[in-house]
Design a protein around this ligand. Structure first.
Ligand code: PHE
Length: 334
């Protein structure tokens, strides 16, 4: 092989070997091998010195380029390795970076707190119930027996041993009636689960507020007054309109659905929006809990907290609330 070809292959080999070096120790070994006093480049330089004068004229630039290529390959690799070293090392004495993003209370939680505040002001206890529920509390004790067609309305997530993810917070009514006697004023706020198609107004998991009051001489007027007070307080507007439509839920009689409208509001919320189901607690439900319906009566309602939050903030897609996107949620930081 003539000297030009040898220089060329030394250059190619050396540059490749340097690029592949994993750390500075390996790089040093290569440096000695290629650029050292007894290294490969030196050997070829000596051979160059023995070449006749006219060959030197053509070989000189090749030798120069080879030397330059190898040196700069080493220099580049050296600085790349030391940069990587710096990035890896952690200086524990450095002061902590100022926190840029502050957490904030989720809009649902904010509205839930507001609802609790309003109900506490009206003398209600705030209570809780399990997400994993037994059939009897979710259905049977609420006047929804096994073969009742109303069970079809609840697309339910069933679990083993006849347990299920509660489809509504009304299950907590059944739990309370089984244990306590009137007067009762309770409010429950919690997640419920339905095997539902997800769209702008439905999600498989959402939050309900269940309120119920059982006492002597309670009638639908108390129900309507309680709902008006609460909804107006939470939406912070006195002009919110409510509309009751007759509806069927097996655990109330009579039953209603309540729509609300915020006059002058742009888009959907200027129209009637369905917000909750309610009614007078069915005598069968009271009887199932050993409460005498000839003495006591009461009302109950179940309200979608996401809907209420959407109304309050003018949000038109329920998925927004559970997507966990901090950029959007921060708009509602309080
Ligand atoms: N549990 C009903 C539902 O989830 C709402 C409701 C509660 C209706 C209380 C009447 C009384 O759809």
């Amino acid at each position: 092989m003539d000297l030009a070809a040898q220089l060329q292959s030394l250059r190619d080999q050396g540059v490749a070997a340097v690029a592949a070096a994993g750390d500075s120790d390996e790089l040093e070994v290569l440096r000695v091998e290629y650029l050292g006093r007894n290294g490969k480049l030196k050997a070829l330089s000596k051979a160059f010195a023995d070449e006749p004068g006219e060959r030197k004229r053509t070989l000189g630039p090749i030798l120069g380029e080879t030397t330059e290529a190898l040196r700069s390959a080493f220099a580049d690799k050296m600085s790349a390795l030391s940069r990587a070293d710096e990035e890896e090392s952690i200086d524990i004495t450095l002061p902590r970076q100022q926190q840029q993003v502050r957490g904030s209370i989720h809009p649902i939680t904010q509205v839930a707190a507001e609802v609790e505040r309003v109900f506490c002001g009206m003398g209600f206890d705030v209570i809780d119930g399990p997400h994993i529920e037994e059939d009897q509390f979710n259905f049977s004790l609420l006047n929804i027996p096994d073969d009742h067609p109303a069970r079809d309305a609840h697309d339910t997530f069933w679990m083993r041993h006849g347990r299920l993810l509660r489809t509504h917070t009304s299950a907590v009514q059944a739990r309370v009636y089984a244990q306590e006697q009137p007067p009762l004023r309770k409010v429950v706020i919690g997640k419920v689960f339905r095997y539902d198609e997800v769209d702008a107004t439905h999600d498989t998991t959402f939050t309900q507020v269940e309120g119920f009051l059982i006492d002597r001489d309670i009638h639908a007027g108390h129900l309507v007054a309680t709902l008006k007070t609460t909804i107006r307080a939470v939406l912070q507007r006195d002009d919110v309109e409510l509309r009751l439509r007759p509806s069927f839920f097996p655990f109330v009689e009579p039953g209603f659905e309540v729509d609300v409208r915020i006059p002058g509001s742009p888009g959907r919320f200027g129209q009637w929006v369905e917000l909750l189901g309610c009614g007078m607690v069915h005598p069968e439900v009271l009887r199932a809990g050993n409460i005498d319906p000839s003495i006591y009566s009461g009302f109950a309602f179940g309200l979608g907290l996401e809907r209420l939050t959407m109304l309050r903030h003018g949000i038109d897609d329920i998925r927004f609330l559970n997507a966990g996107d901090l950029r959007s949620l921060h708009q509602f930081a309080s």
